[in-house]
Ligand binder design. Structure first.
Ligand SMILES: [Fe+2]
Length: 377
């Protein structure tokens, strides 16, 4: 184990991103599947920084978003800061939401491993990542159409007008805030009924699948999933949605764009969602900060397209991925304050999909992941 690198990365996360101050009540939370070395690294960092530190572990639940034991829920609510390492995450549970409403701030690292913490948190220059995030937010606000192209002609379009942008760079701002490690993602909730078209998912579908293998092709009408095509992963994802008997599970809750220059497609949703330039569609439960119409649902699932083309209309967006250069991940500077403007981008409706083609990973996976400029419409 790289104990020194792990200690430095945990210190960086707790001190600079979670912003622990001496005397705060800190809860390090894990389920039984989490590596003890990771738990100990966070607990040690919190203790060394002066936190009143407690570690709680409970059984690994069979699936995500099951309410935790009452004692865990009470500890969540009582803590000033929670360092959440739970793998079967609980971010859409009542316990979690109540804790945040009461002022508990939470740094969530669900699914993170020691190696990921060292590489994606300890090894990334977050100052530069934060600056790039601010610039990407300006790209969102300058565009008039959100258009995502995948595969061999599939197009998904949506409107973001009036909806806030949510920068998830891993930095906690204050009481009740929730952020994730590693950063970063830029997210928003499109106007639900404006989401139309099709997308090829060549990365992950989690839960319940993980890495999809053969690509999944998903069709949307007025913000709802209306068809899912592909191989075993497609069938499994669709069956999982269906079994909740909850129409909200078929609705888009958010979109996100990944920003971490050190992230790569591994099948771990935590990392896959942060691959620089990837596009994420979340379905089901919707966090209140998105200010969408959906609200809570039975659960939540994310789809990741690793290599989409996203020509945000009316912007000079091409510079963005060019700026996500290797040097962003080449040093380990500490995170500091970031800008948090909230803007939105108007749009026009989408052309429909070209249904009927079978999806395959080799056919759809492309190496030209980039964000390109195009004309205002
Ligand atoms: Fe999501």
């Amino acid at each position: 184990m790289r104990t020194m690198e792990l200690a430095r990365a945990a210190h960086k996360a707790v001190h600079h991103y979670a912003r622990l101050t001496p005397g705060e009540n800190v809860l390090v939370l894990a389920d039984s599947i989490v590596d003890r070395g990771l738990v100990d690294a966070f607990a040690s960092a919190a203790y060394a920084l002066g936190g009143e530190t407690q570690v709680m572990t409970f059984e690994t639940r069979p699936e995500i978003n099951r309410e935790p034991p009452k004692a865990v829920a009470a500890a969540l609510a009582a803590a000033d800061l929670v360092l959440d390492l739970i793998q079967q995450y609980i971010i859409h549970t009542s316990a979690y939401w109540r804790a945040r409403e009461g002022g508990t701030r939470i740094l969530c690292g669900t699914g993170i491993t020691e190696e990921m913490l060292i590489r994606l948190v300890g090894g990334v220059d977050y100052d530069e990542l934060v600056q790039l995030g601010a610039r990407l937010m300006s790209v969102f606000s300058a565009g008039e159409e959100c258009r995502v192209e995948t595969g061999e002609g599939d197009v998904l379009t949506m409107t973001l007008t009036g909806r806030p942008q949510v920068m998830r760079d891993g930095l906690l701002d204050g009481p009740g805030d929730l952020d994730y490690m590693p950063g970063a993602q830029l997210s928003s909730a499109p106007i639900e009924e404006s989401i139309n078209g099709a997308i090829v998912i060549d990365g992950s579908a989690y839960p319940p699948v993980g890495a999809v293998g053969a690509a999944i092709r998903v069709f949307y009408r007025d913000g709802r999933v209306v068809d899912v095509q592909g191989g075993p992963a497609a069938a499994r994802w669709h069956a999982w949605l269906t079994r909740f008997d909850d129409p909200k599970m078929f609705c888009v809750a958010h979109i996100s764009i990944g920003m971490n220059p050190a992230a790569r497609h591994t099948g771990n949703i935590l990392e896959d969602e942060r691959v620089a330039g990837c596009f994420v569609l979340g379905h089901g439960s919707q966090m209140p900060h998105f200010k969408g119409k959906l609200g809570r649902a039975s659960s939540h699932t994310d789809l990741v397209a690793v290599a989409p083309r996203i020509p945000w209309t009316g912007t000079r967006a091409g510079w963005w991925t060019a700026r996500l250069s290797p040097r962003v991940g080449s040093s380990a500077s500490e995170g500091r304050a970031r800008p948090r403007s909230r803007t939105a981008s108007p749009v026009r409706p989408a052309p429909g999909p070209a249904p009927g083609r079978a999806a395959s990973a080799s056919a759809y996976r492309r190496s030209n992941s980039h964000i390109t400029p195009c004309n205002r419409r």
